[in-house]
Design a protein around this ligand. Structure first.
Ligand code: CA
Length: 430
């Protein structure tokens, strides 16, 4: 279901390059002075305070349960309602913001409900219960595998199921939160002995995170064809990674402290309905690849055409006003495993997902060097330094570096959809 783009009375919402028009309307949580946390919707450079809209009766066309959820301090109640309520809300918000509708535009509460030029970062959009990180890009898995296991980059299981690990939700932070360089055990040789100190090989990973709407009961797997009904929307995710700690600790149970010190997500959740025009059929697998098992097979399976950009600004670049340097530009269509397959596989053994759970894609890398989504690949394990705009080079991150992730969808004739940004500045170890 695609919507015809409509003009809005909200300033900036009709800017074709802005990406926050009526076709997007991403949701998040903001802290408003004197009002506390509130569910918010972004349009142009403005935000709408949903609780105020409910209080003054401007959302009274929605059912009571939906209105109550929109008046909450977190998105979880609304996320749990499912696609029917999400679509009704999107349609009603688009109606209120349309140039032809005066209900909100001329309402006495407009100055309280619509905050223009809202410059602050949103908070975490929801309470995240469990966090799972996948490893679903064949380019990333092959590149990283070839560095550590040149004789066998992809292990025998990789093309048969989406590989993942259970991560840590307590250290997921919103965009703009400083990232302290972790300390940990690292080794000079593969056999040790280790020493303890600040990570010297700090990296980012460009990922897309899926936030779960309605969950499933324990013991009742989600069929792959229904999996996207359980996805509320997408955020950007930076899975900060300490490569030297990871190298020593990851066998035999996978990532642990190398990944759990901080993960950053963007604050605006872009709905699957907003992404519908950019949903494309999943490309067929290569002839040599195994067919997926039946529980991972779906004729309607799809990927999403989302451009993913990573930039770095060093402390000196920020001080001198030098523009951040683009490090990579990739696309979310490059995934070998789809989001639907991740959801289906995650629950296939009976595991229950709950509203607010976060499933991340793993580093999104494409086939070209410019589309590789982390510095480990981009600098090829530190052997190919990347030039920054201040004349310095990077193989891994230095203190003071800011990593900026941006994402957007655009195609001729379609409204641009922006994800906003996911930012973090590296702080020295403590
Ligand atoms: Ca990751």
């Amino acid at each position: 279901m695609s919507e015809s783009p409509r003009e809005s009375w909200v300033e900036g919402a009709n800017d074709p390059s802005g990406g926050f028009g009526l076709a997007n309307l991403p949701m998040g949580i903001v802290a408003l002075e004197g009002r506390g946390a509130s569910v918010a919707v972004r349009a142009g450079k403005s935000i709408l305070d949903c609780r105020t809209l409910v209080e003054v009766g401007l959302l009274s066309r929605l059912d009571r349960g939906t209105q109550d959820a929109l008046a909450a301090k977190t998105l979880n109640p609304f996320m749990g309602l499912g696609r029917g309520a999400w679509r009704a809300t999107r349609a009603e918000l688009a109606r209120l913001l349309a140039a032809s509708t005066a209900d909100l535009r001329d309402h006495a509460a407009r100055s309280r409900a619509v905050i223009p030029e809202w410059g602050s970062s949103p908070r975490l959009p929801c309470e995240i219960g469990d966090y799972t990180d996948f490893y679903a890009s064949v380019h990333h898995a092959t590149n990283v595998g070839s560095m550590f296991r040149p004789d066998q980059p992809l292990l025998p299981n990789w093309k048969h199921m989406p590989i993942g690990y259970h991560g840590r939700s307590s250290s997921i932070v919103p965009s703009g939160t400083p990232v302290v360089r972790p300390k940990g055990q690292t080794v000079a040789t593969d056999a040790g002995p280790p020493s303890f100190g600040p990570s010297r090989l700090l990296d980012y990973e460009m990922e897309v995170g899926a936030l779960i709407g309605p969950g499933n009961a324990l013991g009742e797997p989600i069929p792959v064809a229904r999996a996207l009904d359980h996805v509320f929307g997408f955020v950007l995710l930076n899975d900060w990674s300490a490569r030297d700690i990871q190298k020593w600790e990851y066998q035999p149970l996978g990532p642990f402290l190398a990944k759990n010190f901080t993960s950053t997500i963007s604050g605006w959740v872009v709905s699957l309905d907003a992404l519908e025009p950019y949903r494309v059929p999943k490309p067929p697998r290569a002839e040599v690849d195994p067919a997926p098992l039946d529980y991972l097979k779906w004729d309607g399976d799809c990927v999403f055409d989302v451009n993913l950009e990573v930039l770095i600004a060093s402390a000196s670049m920020r001080a001198s006003g030098t523009a951040p340097t683009r490090i990579s530009l990739g696309n979310f269509t490059e995934m070998y495993w789809s989001v639907a397959q991740m959801v289906a596989h995650h629950t296939s053994g009976g595991c229950n997902l709950r509203t607010g759970d976060l499933l991340a894609s793993g580093t999104v890398s494409g086939p070209t060097p410019e589309s590789r989504g982390c510095l480990l690949e981009r600098s090829w394990r530190g052997t190919q330094p990347i030039a920054l705009g201040d004349g310095t080079t990077r193989t891994f991150l230095q203190d003071g570096d800011e990593v900026i992730m941006r994402a957007w969808c655009e195609r001729a004739g379609l409204p641009r959809i922006s994800f906003g940004e996911c930012r973090g500045i590296v702080q020295p170890s403590r």
